[in-house]
Design a protein around this ligand. Structure first.
Ligand code: NAD
Length: 275
């Protein structure tokens, strides 16, 4: 593993446009459980998974009931979101913030809704699945901080008359176009992608490494459109192999905890740059 950590540091120092992709595994060391890891919420509670799949439909059909479930004192989501709000960034988040401060990392695209990259100090963060700190209008797409909107009347409404929902993207809900387009631009442009703490099975997010590697997304039947780009380095930092490891999309996997591996990479970057 030490050899791969040095190699990742070298690759980062030599890169021109490095970006990070992150998932729930990044925040388990901050006390927020992931979904599909060995101790994940859904690995241990299949009913919670089934419920999560219904949330977007519930919002469309009965926005008031959705809001009661998500913010009411009996709602399971309220407890989960309150726990998340108490969490603090861990050494893995701080390592990515340090790489941005050093001008190496140009952008973080995260599936996480916990806001921990922003709390750690990263400035360019694309929250692909939204954030628990924001609400979004499903008609005009405007976003508001949670403190800006009163929840006395449910569902809350936008100035345009549209219904507001949590910015968090639920299953079967389309990714907001602004964040999706910017993430795809970053994936096509980068020459290094470091993928941290994700099982890489949630689409369309899991298409981003495929776009970086092949210059295009996945076609039906798992076929790829164009050739393998050899001038892009794709590095995974994850507790276990993923489909990206198994299908050869990533160049190498550093198997371990993001909170331990990423700070070691930063130490090697400092040595390589002698600062
Ligand atoms: P996932 O649960 O599907 O996969 C997490 C992966 O990270 C697993 O492969 C697991 O083995 C690995 N992992 C766990 N702890 C790790 C650690 N300390 N270091 C390295 N690897 C570790 O998560 P996903 O791929 O992000 O997809 C799940 C969806 O759930 C995402 O859409 C995300 O929005 C949402 N989610 C977010 C949070 C959060 O905001 N913190 C928490 C749970 C789920």
């Amino acid at each position: 593993m030490e050899g791969l950590i040095k190699q990742a540091a070298r690759d980062l120092v030599e890169s021109k446009h490095a970006i990070a992709l992150t998932g729930a595994g990044m925040s388990t060391e901050s006390g927020i459980p992931d979904f599909r890891g060995p101790k994940g919420i859904w690995t241990t509670n299949k009913k919670a998974e089934a419920e999560a799949y219904k949330m977007y439909e519930l919002f469309l059909k009965e926005p008031k009931t959705y809001w009661v479930e998500i913010s009411g004192s009996q709602g399971t989501y309220r407890k989960f979101y309150e726990e998340i709000r108490k969490a603090k960034p861990n050494p893995g988040h701080h390592a990515l913030a340090e790489l941005e401060r050093r001008g190496i990392l140009k952008c973080v695209i995260t599936q996480n809704i916990d806001g921990l990259h922003i709390k750690a100090g990263n400035k360019k963060v694309l929250e692909y699945h939204g954030s628990i700190y924001k609400l979004r209008c499903i008609s005009c797409g405007s976003r508001f901080g949670i403190e800006e909107v009163s929840l006395d009347e449910l569902p809350p409404l936008c100035k345009c008359g549209g219904v507001l929902k949590y910015d968090v993207v639920h299953f079967k809900e389309p990714i907001p176009l602004d964040v999706r387009e910017e993430s795809e631009r970053e994936a096509l442009r980068c020459d290094l992608m470091v993928i941290c703490g994700t099982s890489a099975v949630v689409y369309p997010f899991a298409d981003l490494p495929i776009m970086a590697r092949f210059g295009s997304g996945r076609l039906p039947l798992g076929l790829y459109v164009t050739g393998h780009k050899t001038n892009v380095k794709i590095i995974e930092v994850n507790a276990e192999p993923t489909p990206l490891t198994q299908e050869g999309v990533s160049d190498y996997l550093i198997q371990g905890k993001t909170g331990e591996v990423l700070p070691k990479i930063v130490e090697e970057v400092k040595k390589a740059r002698k600062i």
